[in-house]
Design a protein around this ligand. Sequence first.
Ligand code: SF4
Ligand code: SF4
Length: 83
Amino acid sequence: MALKITELCINCDVCEPVCPNLAISQGIEIYEIDPALCTECVGHFDVPQCRAICPVDCIPNDLDHVETQEQLMAKYRHLVGKE
Ligand code: SF4
Ligand code: SF4
């Protein structure tokens, strides 16, 4: 599933550049993750890079966008143009 950024975000700017899918952007108040672009880093890394680097642990799973590993891999392949 995609991940999401909660209101605990302190706008520290470190997650945006580590996302391999360019899924993270500055929102009106805090950073946001586009669920259409987030693959939970499947296809690129073993663990979600944004969650690994976030200093305040404010990036939980987005339960509104539940996906299987197979769906995440399919999304990755679509995003990188492999299918
Ligand atoms: Fe980007 Fe990976 Fe975080 Fe999703 S889990 S927003 S793909 S860094
Ligand atoms: Fe917000 Fe965490 Fe990203 Fe920093 S790393 S901008 S606190 S979500």
